[in-house]
Design a protein around this ligand. Sequence first.
Ligand SMILES: C[S@@+](CC[C@H](N)C(=O)[O-])C[C@H]1O[C@@H](n2cnc3c(N)ncnc32)[C@H](O)[C@@H]1O
Length: 245
Amino acid sequence: MKDEDFLLREKYKNKKSLWFYFDLLRLKLGYPLAYLLGWQPFLNLNIDLKYRVLIPRPETEFWLERYVFPEFKEAKNLKVLDIFAGSGAMGLAMAKNFPHARVTLSDKYLRAIKQIKRNAKINDIENIELVQSDVFDKISGKYDLILTNPPYVSGNFKYTKFSWSVLFFEPLEAVFSKKRGLFFIEDLLKNAKGYMKPGASLFIEFDPWQKSEIESMAKSLGWTDINFLKDQYSRIRVVKLINNF
Ligand SMILES: C[S@@+](CC[C@H](N)C(=O)[O-])C[C@H]1O[C@@H](n2cnc3c(N)ncnc32)[C@H](O)[C@@H]1O
């Protein structure tokens, strides 16, 4: 279905009011459909976007369902951390589909914390806790599983194909990071093991071209069990690391 038909059906119940035409104009100018609607589906959740956090992406939905859900199907008392959580889509999907798990979601920004709270309520999820934290600053404890989609886009034109829609409408602190987009990934590779139980897994989403740098960084930091996983478009999109330290 075309975006404008979806907008007309979902937001305007097929009534072509003046507001619909105003939204249509915004859509044509690149305003994201999910912000016009105010929500985005993510697996079996409805992710509200009132606080204008990053719109969860289909790639993230794909790898979570394809690689993470089956692996932890039988796990008992799972302790999960979704760090750089944004709307909370990933951590909340874990909490919803693993009702015996305990999921911690963290983000540096208050708007994300408010958004996660709201999304937990909308989706009737209680097995979570929220921590406002600059990366690991306020995180404590050891986890069986850490999931993360940190800001990983380089601000350099050489590495990045800019989408105007992302640049103008999505929060920049959710998208860009220093060191060619690898600043937070390096931080995770250096410090995540301190928050992982022995044998625990860490999944990090990244830009496909960053693969070789991530691989050499991980090896030089002592990670030995490193697996790269593809997205639905057959591009390397996620690295899974096991804590064998
Ligand atoms: C790419 S978004 C990911 C959102 C969500 N996990 C998803 O997949 O849709 C990255 C998130 O990192 C947060 N963030 C940026 N800098 C941070 C920092 N220093 N510490 C913690 N969170 C940060 C942003 O607020 C944003 O919500």
